[in-house]
Design a protein around this ligand. Structure first.
Ligand SMILES: Cc1ncc(COP(=O)(O)O)c(C=O)c1O
Length: 423
């Protein structure tokens, strides 16, 4: 499928850059994108993020700005915050964080002092860098204590989390992560946080769309603060939101601005508002449930082919494969699959004996392929491609990878990508 898109002004001004954008559009159209933190945004979200709202400075919040000329911007931001509150049932929403990492940093600024103890899931166990991991500012400027998953089950051991929380008395407890294939028990974390006197932060960056669509339980009744990116399963622009109970609203707002950031990215705020509007439609519920159904079907098909999956499968959009039994390092497999038109990322698995830059696993997910309309019926084919690709990675069979690439492009050609069609 050759895309009919054009960007006339961009092509005239900067053909070199326009060619790169065109090549990326073609790549996103032709490949099977399995990175669980990625998606395809709608044409409406793309348009909103490319508007003249880009031209404005708006430090402050709606009705309380340090700049004049905010008549329209205030309404845009109020639409976004109102829609976020309605969709997630939150008391308060701040849509200004530039992305997920600064959103999390704002939470530290709101509730902790440098040197305080904070607690989160360890990065190699599925947590995020910003949950107190050592190489991150959050692990350098705060004292990060980390929980993991059990070796035998791949699941969180809540007795261990509770013991650690009561021993360390952290100011913040983060739950959620970046490679967590199972339902997060927010109620259990809420109880532990209350017992330990900690602020519970549910980082739902990966699963926000599933929560909005009713395909994962909501953290809102249990967490003091909910942090999320807007660009993963929520299918919005690259950005983030912080939601909280009313009692924390002021602390969160002050931490985002003026604590951490200057002017909000108004074009992103607009696109977040559009994404939240889309996520409130009944069709988005169908989407969220289809993402999970596809992930389950893909996990089953992979298990049937002898793949080892961390925790034995998935409850959400994400699957973490340990390729040790296949005798292929994660990075070698990921690079081979890329040559086969299947885009994944290599990832550590819990208790990985290999190094983070050359780990044992591969992380995959179904948000993007579901946005293109693939169903559970396609998942055995996807599993077969992955199986053939991993085998070809081991044997160095470039011909096999090229054959898969042609099959992938053929199927994806029948499923136009949102935002990449001209309708
Ligand atoms: C759980 C979680 N939190 C935070 C982030 C950070 O988001 P960003 O990459 O937008 O800074 C990510 C990104 O992968 C994530 O998975």
């Amino acid at each position: 499928m050759t895309l009919p898109l054009s960007h006339p002004a961009l092509s005239a001004t900067d053909p070199e850059l326009a060619a790169l954008v065109g090549a990326e559009e073609q790549l996103q159209a032709d490949t099977l994108r399995l990175i669980p933190s990625e998606n395809y945004v709608s044409q409406a979200v793309l348009e909103a993020s490319g508007t003249v709202l880009q031209n404005k400075y708006s430090e402050g919040y709606a009705g309380r700005r340090y700049y004049e000329g905010q008549q329209n911007i205030d309404q845009v931001e109020r639409l976004a915050t109102d829609r976020a509150k309605a969709l997630f049932g939150a008391d308060h929403a701040n849509v200004q964080p530039y992305s997920g990492s600064p959103a999390n940093l704002a939470v530290y600024l709101a509730f902790a002092e440098p040197g305080d103890t904070v607690m989160g899931m360890a990065l190699p166990m599925g947590g995020h860098l910003t949950h107190g991991w050592g190489v991150s500012a959050t692990g350098k400027w705060f004292r990060g204590v980390q929980y993991g998953v059990r070796h035998d089950t791949g699941l969180i051991d809540f007795d261990e989390v509770r013991d650690l929380a009561l021993k360390e008395r952290p100011k913040l407890i983060f739950c959620g992560g970046t490679a967590v294939p199972r339902t997060i028990d927010f109620a259990a974390f809420g109880e532990i946080a209350r017992e330990a006197g900690a602020v519970l932060v549910a980082d739902v960056a990966h699963i926000a769309g599933l929560i909005a669509g009713g395909a994962h339980p909501s953290p809102v009744p249990h967490a003091d603060v909910v942090s999320t990116t807007t660009h993963k399963t929520l299918r919005g622009p690259r950005g983030a939101m912080l939601m909280s109970r009313e009692e924390h609203a002021r602390a969160i707002d002050k931490a985002v601005f003026p604590g951490l950031q200057g002017g909000p990215h108004n074009q992103t705020t607009a696109a977040i508002a559009v994404a939240l509007h889309e996520a409130a439609q009944p069709s988005f519920r169908d989407y969220a449930h289809a993402v999970v159904a596809n992930a389950r079907a893909l996990a089953e098909a992979l298990l049937a082919r002898g793949f080892e999956l961390v925790s034995g499968g998935t409850d959400n959009h994400l699957i973490l494969m340990d390729l040790t039994p296949k005798d292929v390092p994660g990075k070698v497999a990921a690079k081979a699959l890329d040559r086969a038109g299947i885009v994944v990322n290599y990832n550590t698995v819990p208790y990985d004996p290999r190094k983070p830059f050359d780990p044992s696993g591969v992380r995959i997910g179904t948000p993007s392929l579901t946005s293109r309309g693939l169903t559970a019926a396609h998942m055995p084919t996807v599993a077969e491609w992955i199986d053939r690709g991993v085998t070809a990675a081991r044997t160095g069979d470039e011909g096999a990878l090229a054959a898969i690439r042609a099959e992938v492009a053929d199927l994806m050609g029948a499923f136009p990508a949102p935002g990449l069609t001209t309708d």
